[in-house]
Design a protein around this ligand. Sequence first.
Ligand code: THU
Length: 136
Amino acid sequence: MLTEPEQDRLLRAARAAQTQAYAPYSHFAVGAAVLDEHGRVHSGCNVENAAYPEGLCAEAGAFSAMVLAGGRRVRALAVVGDGARLVTPCGGCRQKLREFAAPDTPVLVADRVQLRARFTLAQLLPDSFGPEQLAP
Ligand code: THU
């Protein structure tokens, strides 16, 4: 369960991260934030590269920050981006989230102003492959 204050913290962190995006090629700034099992928030922004495929998504940065800080479970993810359409996590980031999150983990999709949609990981990545499949 995600409390209202936790949701607010998450959205604030993702919005702050969006302002730090390095996106000189797409001009599409994205911010992400995760809430870990200790109640801490970790954020990331997209970091593009002149060698385009080397660019990193905002979510990847947030997962990396969480792991570096010792977090191992994602209780919720927030993604913030601009535009008419929802900025939902890309396929690769859905799989990255899968590593650390349960199927019912909330994924909040927002812009600079409002929360626009709420999904679960299972909705975004049904019948997924995860660490359990590798267990003997
Ligand atoms: N991007 C993210 O950071 N996260 C997403 O979930 C969708 C896409 C970034 C990658 C690239 O820097 C820019 O948005 C345009 O695709």
